[in-house]
Write a protein that binds this ligand. Sequence first.
Ligand code: NAD
Length: 346
Amino acid sequence: MNVLQEMSKYGHEQVVFIRDEKVGLNAIIAIHNTALGPALGGTRFWDYATEEEALFDVLRLSRGMTLKSAAAGLKLGGAKAVIIGDPKKLKSKEFFHVYGKFIDSLGGKYYTAEDVNMSAADVEMISEVTKYVSGTPAVSGNPAPFTARGVYMGLKAGASVKLGTDSLKNVTVAVQGLGNVGYALCEHLHKEGAKLKVYDINPATMEKALKELGATAVKPEEMLTTECDIFAPCAMGAVFNKDNIKSLKCRLISGAANNVLMDASVGDALNDLNILYLPDYIINAGGVINCGIEIEDPSWRYNVDEVNTRVDGIYNTTLKIIALAKEKQISTSKAADEYAEGIYGG
Ligand code: NAD
């Protein structure tokens, strides 16, 4: 892979390769854009099969962070880091201190946070050697409840357009994935009287949702074809492709999972099928808002009500994206990109 060529394709400013023989650290930090402010993006710890795979992931994810923060109205840029290797074998205090010192050497251009296979305790160890860390338990903490709140607000905005009301009472929502975000989203929906159809690979979580939220279980092979008003993907990415979307029986797609469309053309195809897709990075920005405000304004003292007010703004942002798509006769995914790029100048 030609790194500079790839950077120019996605519009990256800087890509840093990091190595430390002693602790076995191999990592890549991709800073996509800092036009609006310091670049924020979590560290993902993953045993990538190849360096190319890791680079591809970090470039794509960091661009997504720029779009997400810009659309969320944060004065922040976008970045992401990937640590290559087996987290179970490599994690230690020394390991995270070495990694943290590399982050520190970037002088505040990059702020890290939690991501896949990184716990709050790991992030805290990094914060012992650098201040360029966000989302530590001592300050903003777990982002999932805020992400769920934002998805819920986005989903209501989408419903107001597609179903003619933003009340979700008796609206059927199929939720794929009942993890930190998916379960919290279900709690919001249940409280409002929505009917839940759910699937998670974890039987214990399923049992809990059926018992506590009155949800109906869906078989995994029937998840994508289940009859519902709204489908909320809250597990993994690349859920929808050009073929499987033809069998969908929903009118609206709105979930937390990142990169749920296999590729950009699926956004157009959903539009052709008259299924309203709410772009993932628009509605799942609650978590980044929660940990981003403290970077945006270092004098700010954490205040959950202020965070919730900013997260609730996802309702109006979602309406803006839907209106832009309608006005320009383009898909909502293209409209979201245009909207975010217009803000950061991409
Ligand atoms: P999580 O790991 O807590 O939950 C994921 C859940 O999905 C788990 O319960 C798991 O059992 C389930 N799952 C995995 N494969 C599945 C499958 N094939 N079918 C059904 N269920 C399956 O993760 P999370 O923090 O809840 O995040 C969920 C999604 O939202 C992820 O894609 C994540 O990248 C995205 N996201 C999360 C946040 C956040 O604040 N946590 C922010 C933005 C985006």
